[in-house]
Design a protein around this ligand. Sequence first.
Ligand SMILES: Nc1nc2c(ncn2[C@@H]2O[C@H](COP(=O)(O)OP(=O)(O)OP(=O)(O)O)[C@@H](O)[C@H]2O)c(=O)[nH]1
Ligand SMILES: [Mg+2]
Length: 523
Amino acid sequence: MDLLIKVKKGVQNKAQQEELLPTSRNNSNYGDEEQKKNSFVPKRRKTLSSLMKLTVFSLLIIIVYIFWGSSLTEMTSKYDSVTNLHAGQNTKTASYKTKQLTENEYYDHDFEDIEPAVVKKFDNGVQHYLISQYGTDVLTPSDNEVYAKELQMVLDASVEKYDLSTFTGSSNGATNRDHLLLCVPLRDAEHVLPLMFKHLMNLTYPHELIDLAFLVSDCSEGDRTLDALLAYSKHLQNGTLSQVFTEMDQYEMDHSKKSKGTKNLHLKYMNPDYLKLVDTSFKKRKHSNYDKPFRSIQVFQKDFGQIIGQGFSDRHAVKVQGIRRKLMGRARNWLMANALKPYHAWVYWRDADIELCPGSVIEDLMSKDYDVIVPNVWRPLPEFLDGEQPYDLNSWIESDEALKLAKTLDEDDVIVEGYAEYPTWRVHLAYIRDAAGDPNEVVDLDGVGGVSILAKAKIFRSGVQFPAFTFENHAETEAFGKMARKMGFRVGGLPHYTIWHIYEPSDDDLMEIANKERQNKRG
Ligand SMILES: Nc1nc2c(ncn2[C@@H]2O[C@H](COP(=O)(O)OP(=O)(O)OP(=O)(O)O)[C@@H](O)[C@H]2O)c(=O)[nH]1
Ligand SMILES: [Mg+2]
């Protein structure tokens, strides 16, 4: 809490004294003025001081809960400039263009027009305020006016009123100005963060209606997911992140020309059309509000004791699925419990490792007016492995065979889809895809995968959660789907609306690629 107060104070001082946006969340300074100028010098806001205040506040609510690990000072200093984002990268960082914000949603709800100095005057009670402010004399009408205004500010600071009937979630959320909480769990994810942030910016659902909440947990020693996340978040809220990525991409291109590494060897074996689609997708899809900041960002760091490795082969072993999924359930519930506010009408869960996804995914899912809804998730593969594959098998329709199978299992056993050990004969959303099918077609589901879930916030308020225990022989998102159904909510999936997960070569795939390379060399 001390940390938060310190951060708030720092931001306040900067806002009041310098009329500038904060350069650093922990109020640390750059070495000298010249260095500061060459780093991320914030833009002076000449007009609309309330807009400036808002941006200050939207940065301010990047709250970091550090339960273990290094201090905020150490972390942010490592990532204070883009130069540090990729070690040794020397990019030009002179000046970035920022945007003016006008939408009401940037200011409403949490961001009431409260001046801390005024609220503080009431610290010793109303009577003390009146005496020290106006002596014992009767208040003049103008004193009274000031008093009423300042008293209202105190009340606004401590009482929040919500009518939950106005935050139920509608199929046309953007027009209805529905607030949405977007949750992303992250573990050892530094390498996919640029991709993730590009997808976030690419979302066409109004950014001023989206609160972002990230949970970083159980990362490996030396992993820099949290540092990178904070650095990118700062730029996202400044509206400068796409400029940073342009520089990073340019650097990456120059660099890869110079050194022929084996890191991305598998790309040689992928479908060239798919690779081209990935390459051009952001260039083509950029929308006019791409650079607009989100309404707020919260970053949480908390470990849950996940010991199963995050490598592709580690995390897919059948024996570890139950434990892994239950811990993920705990992590998701924790994030939601901390980030969900009374005014959120929708919650969107999204994994970081998605390569292709329409920017309109939120509106597209919302338009179906289901309580829980997911798209189809496939992944590309090397051409020697058929080029593509149905990926997320956690979205399914329950079968009689699986119900019978469940009866033979222990109460605590977790059925895992896609493994020979559990022949469920369920209909998987992934397998009923027709690439040319109607993307608006919906089927009712029982279990759902967690890659991209849109859900009405009211279902969480009614008690639906991601079971961190075995619920009907399932855990986490699949059990979440089952639980939502059991509580009478509508759960659906779009078989012909596909988003694409990144391809990470498994150990077997890497061996196959190495074999092919050897064969090629032998000629
Ligand atoms: N906070 C947190 N995030 C995690 C953890 N494990 C995975 N993640 C994140 O959750 C998302 C999904 O992770 P994946 O490892 O792809 O897990 P998955 O989707 O169950 O597995 P795949 O189907 O193989 O992709 C990604 O954004 C990860 O960074 C964890 O233990 N804690
Ligand atoms: Mg994944």
